[in-house]
Design a protein around this ligand. Structure first.
Ligand code: ZN
Length: 168
């Protein structure tokens, strides 16, 4: 398993000087350390985790978002969601697993699920351009993340700012 912290730290309760430095430099967070260790523990029981890579973990009001490497989402979700259920029990929150695809649209789709994207357009504003993601209004309230949380997550994960808008 590959995680934001090294293999030694995954199995230990303390951090090596390298990982400690990453924490001080805000390259990794306490939450990422905690969730990575939970996943490492679960990898004894669930083999698919051993071959997975965890990139980041983000916290929101209702949901914990786990970002994996591209192609690793299903390995972390587990059969019928069995792994995310275990994590959810331990952290007391819903879990959403998103793959870090090169294609921003795939990342946004993963965060918005079950909602669909109608379009992504460039909009021109007095202070420059912005990317706007339009989601059919029928999905309003069906996504367990707020628009603000979605926009922050998309920006953190992809490095690009997108506005998200539910529209008729
Ligand atoms: Zn370490």
């Amino acid at each position: 398993m590959k995680a934001p912290i090294c293999n030694v730290c995954l199995k230990s309760d303390v951090l090596c000087s390298n990982c400690e430095q990453k924490l001080e430099d805000d390259e990794i967070t306490e939450l990422e350390i905690k969730v990575s260790r939970i996943l490492k523990d679960l990898s004894n029981e669930y083999g698919s985790l051993r071959d997975s890579e965890i990139r980041h973990v983000y916290n929101t009001e209702n949901v914990l978002v786990i970002v994996t490497a591209e192609g690793d989402g299903a390995k972390v979700v587990g059969r019928g969601g069995e792994i995310v259920k275990e994590i959810a029990d331990q952290v007391n929150k819903s879990i959403r697993v998103v793959e870090r695809s090169e294609d921003d649209r795939e990342v946004i789709k993963g965060l918005l699920s079950p909602a669909e994207i109608r379009s992504i357009n460039t909009v021109f504003k007095p202070d420059g351009q912005a990317q706007k993601v339009v989601v059919p209004d029928q999905y309003r309230g069906k996504v367990n993340l707020s628009i603000e949380e979605l926009e922050t997550l998309v920006s953190n994960i992809t490095g690009t700012d997108y506005q998200i808008s539910f529209e008729e």
